[in-house]
Ligand binder design. Structure first.
Ligand SMILES: NC(=O)c1ccc[n+]([C@@H]2O[C@H](COP(=O)([O-])OP(=O)(O)OC[C@H]3O[C@@H](n4cnc5c(N)ncnc54)[C@H](OP(=O)(O)O)[C@@H]3O)[C@@H](O)[C@H]2O)c1
Length: 291
């Protein structure tokens, strides 16, 4: 298949590129690193040239996104307007399958601009495209992830900061399972319309930090309980330094997100990887070593 992949230079995109290539697919990458700034691709016509007209590209995966805004990187442009223009171009060009990487929580409960901007594009895809598929991953871990690497560094501190008592629920999912899901959604007989990609275990943030310590050969550490009000003030102070520090991200962390993992297991026809320390340093290439 000829597949146009946005976000090709990112964590998910790099892993997808490798695995799709290994399966004999031809990937056309889109990202700023590949010369495309999606914040300027807001009309279907901007995408039609990438799609090479009618019937040339078989499938599209939208794996571009940001976790926080800067002056030039805006949620409304990158999560909503550019993807909606791309989906409309896909409809016009007769692209057979379109897979949108959304995020767990981009549903009726969404309150953050991150989730709301993704949900708007998700809904547009489901309306525009009969073979449109919206995948909502939980926190993705594995070698090469930006937020995964940041969490590893925080977990390695002598005193590990944890929001409130660190009881927030997470269902971390390994990058190899995310890639396997996209691959099946692209090539399997019937892609799901919507699917949450969650790991098989729900862990607290506090337990996840201890797993990240174990992955680095470090003993369990005491947690430094950070009251919400203090974290909130800190996020406003740190916000100009890093988009991840946005107060909305703190609210999402506090909220915690969970979903029933049976649907994804059914779709893949196998259990997903339970979180184990050594998997932090494995990327999607382990798919080739799995039964
Ligand atoms: N990682 C997770 O835990 C997680 C969990 C749930 C959902 N997701 C979603 O999954 C998708 C991929 O996540 P990821 O972890 O791979 O993120 P990532 O590593 O930060 O990659 C983001 C990708 O988006 C591209 N991008 C950003 N701004 C762009 C622009 N203006 N024009 C063109 N491309 C742009 C980046 O390329 P350039 O910088 O080269 O432009 C990069 O390829 C995102 O939509 C994210 O919200 C991720």
């Amino acid at each position: 298949m000829k597949i146009l992949l946005t976000g090709a230079s990112g964590f998910v995109g790099r892993n997808l590129t490798r695995v799709l290539g290994a399966h004999g697919h031809d990937v056309r990458p889109v990202s700023r690193r590949h010369g495309f700034d999606m914040s300027r691709m807001l009309a279907p016509a901007d995408w039609l040239s990438c799609l090479d007209g009618i019937g040339s590209i078989d499938a599209v995966v939208n794996a571009a996104g940001i976790i926080g805004e800067t002056r030039s990187q805006r949620f409304d442009l990158l999560h909503t307007r550019a993807p909606v223009a791309l989906f409309e171009a896909c409809r016009q060009a007769g692209v057979r399958r379109v897979v949108q990487i959304s995020a767990l929580g981009a549903d009726d409960t969404a309150f953050s601009r991150y989730h709301l901007s993704k949900r708007e594009a998700d809904q547009a895809l489901l309306q525009l495209h009969a073979q449109g598929c919206v995948l909502r991953p939980a926190l993705i871990y594995g070698r090469g992830g930006t937020s995964a690497a940041l969490l590893l560094r925080v977990a390695a501190l002598p005193l590990v900061p944890a929001l409130e008592a660190g009881a927030q629920a997470l269902q971390p999912v390994h990058i190899s399972d995310v890639v396997a899901t996209v691959l099946r959604a692209l090539t399997g007989p019937a892609p799901p319309r919507e699917l949450d990609i969650v790991g098989p275990q729900t862990v607290s943030l506090a337990d996840w930090m201890q797993t990240l310590r174990a992955a680095q050969g470090l003993p369990k550490a005491r947690l430094l309980r950070v009251p919400y009000a203090l974290a909130w003030a800190g996020s406003w102070l740190l916000r100009p330094l890093h988009p991840l520090a946005a107060p909305d991200n703190l609210r999402m962390l506090r909220q915690g997100y969970r979903a029933d993992g049976r649907a994804i297991e059914q779709f893949l026809g196998r259990p997903l990887l339970p979180p184990q320390p050594h998997l932090q340093f494995e990327d999607a290439s382990i798919l080739g070593r799995r039964p």
